[in-house]
Write a protein of this length. Structure first.
Length: 244
């Protein structure tokens, strides 16, 4: 991570990680879209490290590459150069099937915009990641119900996304991301569409879960108040990251 004076700094862990705890190392990550003739360079060399138990807020203006960086960390896209190691493993080296299993087991993603499946109920949407990991069954169902209770939607289990407000859909998306107990939780503006009180309750849910289990929590946000609750803050500007 680069400080405002341009020095590279390592983020120090606040809680001691267990032997098998998750870690994240982002090294000189660059991302370029477009063609060779007309490249759009979005990330110009991003480096930082996080250990289990740490939380990071990513801020920066619209179009600065926040979602791009989150997608790269979430193994949904590949960097143009540089590397991302999750618990010492480079997911870019995995075959497609292994990568899908790794992503499903380790990573929870709350997308910008909730991406719920409209044909399924609230409960079924939350259960989808558990089906792919074959962790289905009554245990998964009771965790999904508990998570939906915690986001205040216990009485909406059978509703379809079209029957919910934008904020309610966002809360379902948070519950879905947590369904497999991920050790790396990535949230792209998880409180973006929510009113103040609902945003606070979703934020508290994320931090409660983060405290309860030795996970890494990373969230993109435009809210200085939300960003202020994280251990570390990183601002993206002109393709580089700065401690904020
Ligand atoms: N798949 C893509 N192909 C080409 N350009 C893209 C692609 N995805 C993103 N971009 C461009 O990369 C830049 C960064 O986009 P990104 O979505 O990461 O920004 P952001 O910081 O998340 O913005 P916002 O705060 O508006 O969500 C933008 O200029 C965007 O148009
Ligand atoms: Mg974005």
């Amino acid at each position: 991570m680069e400080s405002p004076d341009g020095q590279q700094k390592e983020v120090t862990a606040r809680k001691g990680p267990a032997d098998d705890a998750v870690s994240l190392r982002v090294s000189d990550v660059r991302k370029q879209y477009g063609s060779l003739e007309r490249p759009l360079i979005v990330l110009r060399g991003i480096s930082f490290e996080l250990q289990a138990g740490q939380s990071l807020a990513i801020t920066g203006p619209s179009g600065s590459g926040k979602s791009t960086l989150l997608h790269l960390i979430g193994t949904l896209d590949l960097p143009t150069s540089g590397s991302i190691l999750i618990s010492g493993k480079n997911p870019a080296t995995l075959a497609e099937k292994e990568l899908a299993q790794f992503r499903n087991r380790v990573i929870g993603f709350v997308f910008q915009g909730h991406h719920l499946l409209p044909q399924y109920s609230v409960l079924e949407n939350v259960l989808i990641p558990t089906l792919a990991s074959r962790q289905g069954g009554e245990g998964a169902k009771s965790r999904a119900r508990e998570l939906l209770d915690r986001v205040g939607l216990a009485d909406r289990l059978d509703h379809r996304p079209a029957e919910l407000s934008g904020g309610e859909c966002q809360r379902v998306a948070v519950a879905r991301a947590l369904a497999n107990s991920p050790s790396l939780l990535l949230c792209d503006e998880p409180t973006g569409n929510l009113d103040g009180a609902t945003a606070d309750s979703v934020a508290s849910l994320l931090f409660d879960l983060h405290r309860a289990e030795p996970t890494i929590l990373i969230a993109v946000t435009h809210s200085p108040q939300f960003a202020g609750r994280f251990d570390c803050r990183l601002e993206l500007r002109e393709g580089l990251c700065f401690e904020a």
